[in-house]
Design a protein around this ligand. Structure first.
Ligand code: ADP
Ligand code: ZN
Ligand code: ZN
Length: 744
């Protein structure tokens, strides 16, 4: 991989490749990727070299802003609210394909819906500023023609490497030959090596629809046919884990490829596994372009450009991939559509699944949502005919779904300071004796969620948030899971100075691992949490060690719940099935159902059937009963009834307002002002102000309002009228969250 220091030449915006503009004569609106609510007017000339074309919507241009030159996008005619003689000129048009109209329209829509500054939405589409620069030529060395130059052993090694290789970038060549960079440079000067432009290797291939993938089962073939190719509209693939939803939507990707159009597959970041990529490659003979947080700068640049020029045909990525500048997007797939990680909670706050549906609608292309446990919103949309549904009720290849039982913790009590019920312990022992694998699931990182002083009762709390500090023994520190604050374990209680007085309260996955070690000392154990799974490579090797039976007992958080296939895993024990039900979240029961099903889906993927035990204090609760009986649809229907009665989404609309400041008095005063002018009308309710559950976050005091409106009333209009003329001076901030998923 060439490094940044290899650039034979680089040039800033406005340098080589940017086209100078002359003869100003009219105004255009240029949108800048900054937190601005509108485009700014600039003067534009009649025509621009090299082709004399007028500036048009979507053109990437550079403009002066204060003393800086910034890159923006022509958004339309000027607004005309600044006198022409005061306008500055567009500096240049960049020699790039324009931002496609579908991207511009989408950005307009998202800004209007989320009420975020439109410039901030544009910034998501221009997330790789480097990609706007002219393609940089990287230098590579090949064999030179000089004769008679002195050949040392080191120099000879360099020549030997090049004998058998394509041209190599300097750093790579020096590494392979085991010589210093200086020696390579010297050889260049002496003419022993010749510089040539490096052909950049793209981090993706050219997927080919004609490659024969695995043969589809009859059910899968029917489902693929029912998807209806590239006809616009939204379709849900509703299929149990292991039914082969992926193979089915691959067929629609094949249709997009045959039509010469681009396809996007959105997946939760942790579901973008090497296994998924391998399956893609098996079906299409090449790797798709990827878009996630671990790409290098060069990979980002190459990928962004290839999406813009249309040469990246299939993109798989996390939610931000929705804002890439697709030249001709023909299909969007949202896998695991129920996942709450599709909601972006900071910056521009948006629901990527919902925005994918919007993008599909604007571009008149199909959107496929896939899930084993679809969200209630999606199920309601299927029921009322807005979305179509295709069903895959059985696992591929005849594997059966695991049986699910509850363990009543009031009766089958774990010992003090332990969390595994005697009944579950027996089942794990049996599984291990049979030479099969077991999984203990607890969705809580760290050792213990709360540490308190036994002498004075003091609880270790984050200095910046309303949250306990979580002990992480693995890293030997205390951490705040909300703001990232870290500190070592204090030697003595900060309140009463007692030493050795701290007690850990409740279990985290690290503490559970300790208990498992005591109960099953002979089992080969592996702890999987984001603290031990530090990256994709590590994840791959750990998951493989499970698949290859190097491990008997896995102890993990939700990091294990996705995508991975463990054929020898036959038992899953959920240590605290009630964990997600506390806190009064609108979607708590729904999410518990989804997470439990997903974890349960890890068991019995091979020949032997799987068994799942849910430890709970409330086995009679509807969600536990539904998990046991597998009657998802009745459970979701009951949930839907509750929401309908309460006028909650998707039957009504919610918008959250979070007012925050480092100054508590300022927040309170502003909240009172907001409360005084709150809207009063039929179908509109304002709840709050109330202290947020996280009343203090990163040192900011927070108060919340919830705006609840009837479904036929748009929150945005109500909010605009409410907030008109209000000022937020100092560090007061108002965050608007349309369709909130977090109520913290
Ligand atoms: P889902 O996404 O519905 O959970 P997957 O698409 O991951 O299911 O499929 C589950 C497993 O079955 C995977 O290992 C996949 O490779 C395998 N599989 C599914 N369909 C086929 C098929 N037609 N031929 C061979 N293997 C298949
Ligand atoms: Zn104390
Ligand atoms: Zn904190």
């Amino acid at each position: 991989m060439p490094t940044e220091t290899d650039h034979a030449e680089g040039s800033p915006v406005g340098g080589r490749g940017a086209v100078p503009v002359t003869a100003p004569s009219r105004s255009v609106g240029v949108l800048l990727p900054l937190a601005l609510f509108q485009a700014y007017d600039y003067l534009a000339p009649d025509g621009l070299p090299p082709d004399g074309r007028l500036l048009a919507r979507g053109d990437f241009v550079t403009v002066p802003l204060g003393r800086r030159t910034v890159t923006g996008v022509v958004w339309g005619p000027g607004a005309g609210d600044v006198a022409p003689e005061k306008l500055k000129e567009v500096a240049a048009r960049l020699p790039l394909p324009p931002l496609p109209a579908s991207s511009c329209d989408f950005i307009d829509w998202v800004a209007q819906y989320t009420m975020a500054p439109i410039g901030a939405v544009l910034r998501m589409a221009m997330s790789v500023p480097d990609a706007l620069l002219p393609e940089r030529t990287l230098k590579a060395w090949t064999l030179g023609t000089a004769e008679g130059a002195k050949l040392t052993a080191a120099r000879r090694r360099v020549l030997d490497v090049l004998q058998a290789s394509l041209p190599l970038p300097p750093v790579e060549l020096a590494r392979l030959a085991g010589v210093s960079a200086g020696i390579v440079a010297e050889m260049g000067k002496a003419g022993l090596l010749k510089a040539v432009p490096l052909a950049l290797k793209r981090p993706f291939g050219e997927p080919d629809a004609a490659v024969a993938g695995p043969a589809l089962s009859a059910a899968q073939r029917d489902a693929a046919a029912a998807l209806g190719g590239l006809a616009p509209g939204v379709t849900l693939i509703d299929g149990v884990t292991g039914s082969g939803k992926t193979e089915v939507y691959f067929e629609t990707i094949a249709a997009a490829l045959r039509a010469g159009r681009q396809a996007l597959v959105m997946v939760p970041e942790i579901a973008l596994t090497p296994q998924w990529l391998k399956r893609f490659e098996r079906r299409f003979g090449a790797q798709p372009a990827q878009w996630h947080s671990e790409l290098t700068g060069l990979e980002r640049r190459l990928t962004w450009r290839a999406v813009l020029d249309g040469s990246a045909k299939v993109v798989v990525g996390a939610r931000s991939s929705l804002f890439l500048p697709y030249r001709d997007l023909g299909l969007i797939i949202v896998d695991e559509e129920h996942e709450s990680s599709f909601k972006q909670e900071d910056g521009v706050i948006y629901q990527a699944r919902d925005m994918a549906v919007v993008r599909g609608h604007l571009a008149k292309i199909p959107v496929i949502l896939a899930s084993a446990t679809p969200s209630l919103e999606t199920m309601v949309n299927v029921e009322n005919g807005r979305y179509r549904a295709v069903r895959l009720p059985d696992r591929h290849g005849g594997a059966t779904l695991p049986s699910i039982e509850t363990i009543d913790l009031r009766i089958d009590k774990p010992a003090r300071n332990s969390w595994i019920a005697p009944g579950l312990k027996v089942e794990i022992e049996r599984t291990l004796e049979a030479g099969e694998q077991a999984l203990l699931f607890l969705n809580r990182r760290g050792y213990a969620p709360l540490t308190l002083c036994r002498t004075c009762g003091h609880r270790l709390q984050c200095p910046r948030c309303t949250a306990w500090l979580v002990e992480h023994r693995f890293h030997q520190k205390l951490m705040c899971h909300h703001c990232g604050f870290e500190s070592p374990m204090p030697p003595a209680c900060p309140a009463c100075q007692s030493e050795g007085s701290f007690a850990a309260c409740g279990p985290g996955v690290e503490r559970l691992a300790e208990e498992a070690a005591a109960l099953f000392p002979d089992a080969r154990r592996l702890v999987l949490t984001s603290d031990t799974v530090t990256g994709p490579a590590k994840a791959e090797s750990l998951m493989r060690s499970v698949a290859e039976r190097e491990v008997d007992l896995v102890i993990g958080t939700q990091i294990i719940a996705k995508g991975h296939n463990f054929p020898h895993l036959t038992l899953v024990g959920v240590v605290d099935a009630d964990l997600g039900l506390h806190g009064g979240d609108l979607r708590a029961a729904e999410r518990t159902y989804q997470l439990m099903s997903q974890v349960a889906g890890r068991a019995g993927r091979g020949e032997k059937p799987g068994r799942v035990y849910l430890q709970t204090y409330d086995p009679d609760r509807a969600v536990m009963q539904a998990l046991k009986s597998g009657d998802r649809d009745s459970f979701m229907a009951a949930e839907a009834d509750d929401r309908r009665q309460a006028g909650m989404p998707p039957f009504g609309r919610l918008a959250a307002l979070i007012l925050s400041s480092s100054d508590q008095a300022a927040v309170t005063a502003k909240a009172q002002e907001l409360a005084r002018c709150a809207p009063h009308r039929e179908g509109v309710h304002v709840l709050g102000p109330a202290p947020a559950p996280l009343a203090l976050l990163r040192g900011r005091h927070r108060l919340r309002f919830l705006l609840k409106t009837r479904r036929d009333i748009a929150s945005q209009g109500v909010l605009k009228a409410w907030l008109r003329g209000l000022k937020f001076p100092g560090d007061l901030r108002l965050q608007i969250d349309i369709d909130p998923y977090s109520f913290m």
